[in-house]
Write a protein that binds this ligand. Structure first.
Ligand code: GLY
Length: 378
């Protein structure tokens, strides 16, 4: 693929259908791509200090080439920015720039900036145009696509927000070259997730090609495009998560519990790493329930280990709370109905399904048997 070419993936939502462009050098072409879809628009760019230092200059000159002189709103980097206080700052910045409903708010950053900015765009003037320019792998394959936006409440993550679809997503694969390897790997867990949900041939392709995906170039762009196709399919089927969209939570039930159990301390576990361990556990748990072959669980573990991701609870530095406490984090995160939980389980690689009747007692004994403390004792 040449530098001026991009793969286009369409998210089919009727008159709200939009494109995801995936390719190298898209920041420099952002102005032309936006002006083609939203002629005459004015814009505000919301970003964080780290991303601004690395990429804002390139984006600004790319926008100027399309005749767009943006207002710039810069936030601190980090999860704490997904707060009411920072939402208010972004909203105020957009209003101070005197943008109208038909103008555009551009999110330049990872998942935090994308979620915060998307929420602001969804509520200012009852809904403004939004363009997502994700700069992390995780944001390119997940959070920038599908319209989920929001901030955290002191009572939990992502509890306040709206569905607000973007008009365009520009996934510039070149910006991933400067990502720290740990962050790239964490995003890779979400990318591999699509193979495990319902694209077994994609998972097999990743097993054979992951090193090229890490190295960059065509394979990286193709992997991101396939992940975006997978996500676009699910979102087009179930935009508001009344059914199939829940499949995207594969690995997240165990993963969220582990994130909570480590107090969201990124030095110990970042979200994508929690998802990696969670996906391995979901496959191991499915095999224990005789739904899937243990060979499939072993295959998932082998791949996660090969790319350098954690794949079992013992890979988390420091002590974990006991199995009962981990189950309490799971039940706090989800509805429990008569002692049964909803989980994403699997019948094999690429055969995930929503299981609504998983006994909490089974989860507890599985957690006990897989807990690092019991492994050490055993
Ligand atoms: N990240 C899960 C979803 O978009 O539904």
């Amino acid at each position: 693929m040449r530098r001026d070419q991009a793969v286009t993936v369409e998210v089919g939502l009727g008159d709200r259908t939009y494109d995801i462009l995936i390719g190298s050098g898209l920041l420099s072409r952002a102005g032309a791509e936006i002006a083609r879809r939203l002629p005459g628009t004015r814009a505000a760019v919301v970003t964080d200090h780290n991303v601004a230092a690395a990429h804002l200059g390139t984006l600004k000159s790319g926008l100027e080439q399309g005749g767009i002189q943006p207002a710039i709103i810069t936030m601190p980097a980090g999860e704490k920015t997904k707060s009411f206080a920072h939402l208010e700052e972004v909203v105020d910045g957009i209003l101070a720039a005197k943008l109208e409903r038909g103008d555009v708010v551009i999110a330049l950053g990872g998942g935090v900036i994308g979620d915060l900015t998307g929420f602001a765009a969804g509520i200012v003037r009852r809904g403004m145009n939004l363009v997502q320019i994700p700069t992390s792998l995780l944001a390119q394959v997940d959070s920038s696509v599908g319209g989920k936006t929001g901030i955290n409440s002191p009572r939990g993550k992502n509890l306040v927000g709206v569905f607000h679809q973007p008009k365009l997503v520009l996934a510039d694969t070149e910006v991933l070259d400067t990502l720290p390897i740990r962050e790239f790997r964490a995003g890779y867990a979400e990318l591999a997730k699509y193979g495990l949900i319902d694209r077994p041939e994609f998972f097999a392709w990743l097993e054979a090609n992951w090193e090229k995906v890490f190295a960059g170039g065509e394979e990286r762009a193709e992997a991101i495009a396939e992940a975006c196709r997978a996500k676009a399919d699910v979102v087009a089927r179930d935009e508001f998560e009344t059914g199939d969209r829940a499949l995207l939570n594969l690995g997240h039930t165990f993963g969220h519990a582990l994130e909570a159990a480590t107090q969201y301390d990124g030095a110990r576990l970042v979200h994508g790493e929690g998802v990696a361990i969670g996906m391995a556990l979901a496959h191991r748990f499915s095999s224990r329930l005789n739904l899937a072959s243990p060979d499939d669980a072993a295959r998932v573990e082998t791949h996660l280990r090969a790319v350098g991701l954690p794949w079992r609870m013992a890979d988390i530095a420091g002590d974990l709370p006991d199995a009962e406490a981990l189950l309490a984090f799971i039940t706090q995160d989800k509805k429990v109905s008569r002692g049964a939980l909803t989980f994403i389980l699997t019948r094999g690689i690429g055969q995930s399904f929503i299981a609504k009747d998983v006994p909490a007692s089974e989860v507890l004994s599985f957690l006990r048997d897989n807990h690092p403390a019991s492994r050490k004792a055993g």
